[in-house]
Design a binder for this molecule. Structure first.
Ligand SMILES: CSCCC(=O)/C(O)=C/O
Ligand SMILES: [Fe+2]
Length: 199
């Protein structure tokens, strides 16, 4: 099944916008002025980023979540609490989450509580900030350059899902010759491949 074939219940989706270039605190929204929003449709069609909105209060027994897990073969799940007081080695991990990277598999996160920002690169190498809040589930495809930060609430509780045994290894940019990155470019960014700059 292709990424575009999966039914996504909410067409409006999570809020996303192009980021400014400011080096201020990463937890700030970093919107352009005026704000330049990005639609759920564009995230899916252009970048392969999928999303659903679920009832997080019933995450332990939710038929909708079960359906997604079955359809997409997500056999593994665990829960991560990210906050200065709950995450072991918080400083090291939060720094590593915010290093631009890819994974060799999808990154699937379901926000059960709190909130945070997943930043993704578009086809012209610009940052798009995706604000993930309670009930939002997102899938970042393998090979997509991205990073994560907490927002000003300083707390997110997220379910991590995976197909098979989980592999969390980040491959920090540059990874332009990595086969997974090449596959991603061929699948999603082909028409813009010449414009995606190497770092
Ligand atoms: C909210 S989950 C922590 C971030 C993470 O696991 C990751 O891989 C970010 O890219
Ligand atoms: Fe990641």
């Amino acid at each position: 099944m292709g990424l575009q074939d999966v039914e996504q219940p909410h067409s409006s989706g999570v809020e996303a916008w192009y980021m400014d270039d400011s080096t201020e605190d990463q937890r700030l929204p970093h919107r352009l002025v005026p704000n330049k929003p990005v639609s759920a449709r564009d995230l899916a069609a252009d970048l392969g980023v999928l999303q659903w909105h679920l009832d997080a209060d019933k995450f332990e027994n939710d038929p909708e979540l079960e359906k997604i897990r079955k359809e997409r073969n997500y056999t593994y799940q665990d829960i991560i609490n990210v906050s200065p007081t709950s995450l072991p080695e918080y400083e090291r991990k939060i720094k590593s989450f915010y290093e631009e990277h890819i994974h060799t598999d999808e990154e699937i996160r379901y926000c059960i509580d709190g909130s945070g920002y997943f930043d993704v690169r578009d086809s012209a190498d610009r940052w798009i900030r995706i604000w993930t809040k309670k009930g939002d589930m997102i899938v970042l495809p393998a090979g997509l350059y991205h990073r994560f930060t907490l927002d000003e609430s300083n707390y997110i509780k997220a379910m991590r899902l995976f197909i098979g045994e989980p592999v969390w290894t980040p491959y920090n940019r540059p990874q332009d010759d990595h086969p997974i990155r090449r596959d991603y470019i061929n699948n999603f960014l082909k028409s813009h491949a010449g414009t995606v700059a190497a770092h």
